[in-house]
Design a protein around this ligand. Structure first.
Ligand code: NAP
Length: 306
């Protein structure tokens, strides 16, 4: 049975990734878009709200993909779950940890499918890295996730608002990979957030985790060269390096042959299975780590350093 899906929030990621992934997947058909300010070129009916879509197509939608900024997700997702729809949440799955727990409880109570999607977990390096680390004791973890914010979020003001996540909008992708490849949970022991004048959310952050030599640095000022790498060493002497955001993998210094970088097609394949099973798939660890960091972080202003 084809899964009739509507996209809610028709911005950069919806257009660049969700539309083509849905179009290429025989299990899905895009039937509507919800966009309060319109969605030029959507090619399907466009509604101002989820309620308006449900009123116009009461039996015409099976699933929704929520591609809004995180601050409005919980209310829309709760409405969709109450309507019996399967729900895919773009990352970050909610604005707060408590909101995500609430959505998970609602989906379980309603018996509907909820997928807190982490696109980076579907990068080709992730599954083989997880397999290589199975049964290993970690002795070092170094996450370096440095991007150019102007490339990925041109003109998006919401990312600097209190619920916008700032640099963690990107850094949470690294944490989602860490969650997928490490057996042990990461506990934040130290955090420093660098915040620009007039902004609420950090442009850079540095974290340390419990255990020795476990660090992460996130920076959105990498205008010259972007770096998205995770290095892991183990007690048995294994060295694992994930590079290019999960597009390449080196095991003990040897580059591994990997499939194509096709995160969103893989993500929709997974969603199709979850919809069929009416499953709830929520990996809350990446959001929990950021929430923990926000509780104990030192805040540094770029203005005071100048
Ligand atoms: P974006 O370009 O700002 O798009 C967000 C869209 O949501 C806008 O079109 C906005 O419409 C719409 N929207 C806001 N409130 C809404 C509501 N109540 N109902 C329906 N639509 C609403 O942002 P984006 O880059 O696509 O990011 C969206 C999410 O995808 C974020 O969580 C982000 O982390 C994630 N993501 C982004 C990227 C990336 O490369 N940009 C990559 C992977 C994941 P208006 O503009 O009309 O308000």
């Amino acid at each position: 049975m084809t899964i009739r899906v509507a996209i809610i929030g028709f911005g950069k990621i919806a257009r660049a990734e969700h539309v083509p992934a849905i179009a290429a997947d025989p299990d899905f058909e895009l039937v509507a878009v919800v966009a309060p300010n319109g969605a030029q070129g959507a090619g399907v009916p466009v509604f101002a709200s989820l309620a308006a879509m449900l009123a116009a197509m009461p039996d015409g939608v099976d699933a929704v993909s929520l591609c809004t900024p995180p601050r409005v997700r919980r209310a829309i997702a709760a409405e969709a779950i109450a309507a019996g729809l399967a729900v895919l949440l773009e990352k970050p799955p909610a604005a707060t940890f408590g909101e995500l727990q609430d959505l998970e409880a609602r989906a379980r109570a309603a018996g509907t499918c909820l997928f807190a999607a982490w696109h980076s977990q579907h990068a080709p390096a992730v599954a083989p890295a997880a397999a290589a680390l199975a049964g290993e004791t970690i002795t070092r973890l170094a996450i370096t996730w440095h991007e150019d914010v102007t490339r990925w979020h041109p003109g998006q003001d919401w990312i600097w608002e209190p619920e916008g996540f700032g640099v963690f909008d990107a850094g949470i992708n690294a944490l989602s990979i860490a969650s997928a490849i490490l057996r042990e949970p990461l506990f934040v022991t130290g955090a420093a957030f660098t915040i620009e004048p007039g902004r609420q959310a950090p442009i850079a952050a540095a974290l340390t985790f419990a255990g020795e030599r476990r660090t992460a640095t996130f920076d959105w000022r990498a205008t010259d060269e972007e770096v998205r790498e995770i290095h892991v060493a183990t007690a048995a002497g294994r060295r694992i390096a994930i590079r290019d955001g999960g597009a390449s993998l080196s095991l003990d210094g040897a580059e591994q042959p990997l499939g194509p970088f096709a995160e969103y097609p893989a993500l929709y394949r997974h969603f199709a299975r979850l919809v069929a099973e009416r499953s709830v798939a929520v990996d809350a660890a990446p959001l929990r780590i950021i929430a923990d960091a926000a509780l104990i972080a030192r805040r540094l202003s770029t203005a005071s350093r100048a």
